[in-house]
Structures are given as C-alpha cells and as structure tokens.
Design a protein around this ligand. Sequence first.
Ligand code: UDP
Ligand code: MG
Length: 314
Amino acid sequence: MTNKSTLSLVVPVFNEADSITPFINKVKSVFSSQPDIGLEIIFINDGSSDQTLENLIEEQTLLPIIKIIDLSRNFGKEAAITAGLEQSKGDAVVVIDVDLQDPPELILPMLEKWQEGFEVVLACRSNRESDSWLKRASANGFYWVHNLLSNPKIPANVGDFRLMDRVVVEALKQLPETHRFMKGLFSWVGFNSTVIHYSRPKREFGVSKFNGWKLWNFALEGLTSFSTDPLRIWTYIGLFVSLSSFLFAVFIAIRVVVSGVDVPGYASIMVAVTFLGGLQLIGIGVLGEYMGRTYIESKRRPNYIIRKIFDVKN
Ligand code: UDP
Ligand code: MG
C-alpha cells in the first residue's frame, strides 16, 4: 500500500441503530493492521426514524473519520448510495451494507485486486444459504430474465458490495438519471472488473428492509431501466396473434364451403375475446410502465435532499 492511498466506505443506513456500533468496531479491527490507508467512513442516514442518527453522531465524536450525510427522508438505498458516492473523496470507494452481511474483512483482498490494476472489484455470493428458498429462486429468475433482455448484463449474485476506483465513481456521478438501478449502472459504466467470492452471512442485528413487493418493484425498475424489449415484444405478439387469426379465418371459410355453416361457437368466441382482451391490457400496462418512468424522469428532480452533513474534519 502506498502512503497516499485513501479509501472511502459508503454505508447507507435506514433504521439501523443496533448495527452501527458493531459495524464500526469491525471496520476498526480490520483496518487496525493497515495504518497506511487513509480511511473515511461515509454513513448516509436514509431517513431513519430510530436512534440511528444519534448513534452515528456519538460514534463520530470518538472516530472523526466518520462523515454523516443526513437525508431529509427515506429516499431508498439506491439514492443513498448515490449521495455517498457523490460525497466520497477516496482513491478507491467501497459500497457496503451496515448489517455485516457484507463482511468488512473482505475489503483487504479487494484492495489487493485494486492494486493489481482492476478498477472494479465485485464481491460475489458463492452461496446464498442465508436467504430463503423463495428469495434465491426469485433472485435467479430475476438475473435470468434481466440478462436475457438487457444490455449490458449484470453479474448474478453480486450485490452493491464492491470496490471502485475513483475513475469509476466519477463516471457514475456523470449519469443524470432519476431512476437509479445501481447494479445496472455499475455494469453500464464498464471498466476492468474482477470478482472475489464469499459466503454471505445472516444479518446480525435488525431486520431486512426489503420485502417481496419492494424486490418485485426493484426488479421492474432494473428491467425497464435497461431494456426496451418488453415494449417491442408487443409488435411480435400482435403479428403472431393476427397471423393465427387469419389462418383460423381461412380454416373456417374452407370448413363452411366443405361442410356448411357451423352455428355453435360460443366457447371459441369467448376464448378469443378474453384472451385478446387480456393481451391488450398487458400491452397497455407495459406501455404505462415505461410512460410513467419517462414522466418521472422528465421532471428532473434530484435523487435525494440532504438535511445536513456532519463532518468534523472540515
Ligand atoms: N437501506 C437504506 N435505505 C433503504 C433500505 C435499506 O439505506 O430504504 C440500507 C440498510 O440500512 C442496509 C442496506 O441498505 O445497510 C441493505 O439493506 P438490507 O440489509 O435490509 O437488505 P438485504 O441485505 O436484506 O438485501
Ligand atoms: Mg442485509
């Protein structure tokens, strides 16, 4: 490690009062053997309603390398990460969860890879045993669909926990969009990346902030941010359905010529009507999804609002 290397940890926190002190102690113990790294820990308080901010301020009096960005309300993890990246100054930046599910000791091997010249070091969960069966299955399904439809691909089982060189952070800061699906944006900016594997432990304190509905919306966010295929697919579905109905019409015409008029047809008409009605509604829904996002994006609102920055160094 050269004398000048500085490292920023970007830690989004939302109602994590119990996790703060264990996290800081862990980071302190990891970096106690690394006196040459100029460390700053940036906590982004994402509108917590518990003692998170008070605890952070207290910790800051003991450890002045802590910087706290207090957001005016809960803007979501993606916005919180964006706020942290924008405030970070380190030559390398690590995005890490506070709940110790992203083990801080992994930062040291990440730094080694960085010094070998990789601009991005991803931490990949080699097993997800700490997740439920449903969460694993839906995560796999999500990565499969997302990577089928979107470009660039996102690596499977890689969360936000990663190290980035300053150039990568500067590139991310240039992206102006409001809908920030960080996993996708991280891939979109490119750069040389490598992966280190780890097994993801269970959450030590507190509870997960992501339920099924939030994750579903998160998946939609990712897909619509990085692919327009769901829009285009309706052209092909439409073509397929009209071609089939044309062939069916030809079939009926021939049958009338051959064996006369066939009156009963209630079932086939109902099927056709409801099937097409459903298909059209789905199509409109997909259009609406994109239109809504374009609408929000066009307002150009900032991704987050800062109430106050607590920085004892400056
Ligand atoms: N988080 C946040 N804002 C939110 C939700 C979560 O800043 O709206 C933070 C949270 O405090 C934690 C990290 O994002 O540091 C990961 O959240 P969590 O552990 O709940 O996610 P999981 O590990 O279950 O995917
Ligand atoms: Mg967690």
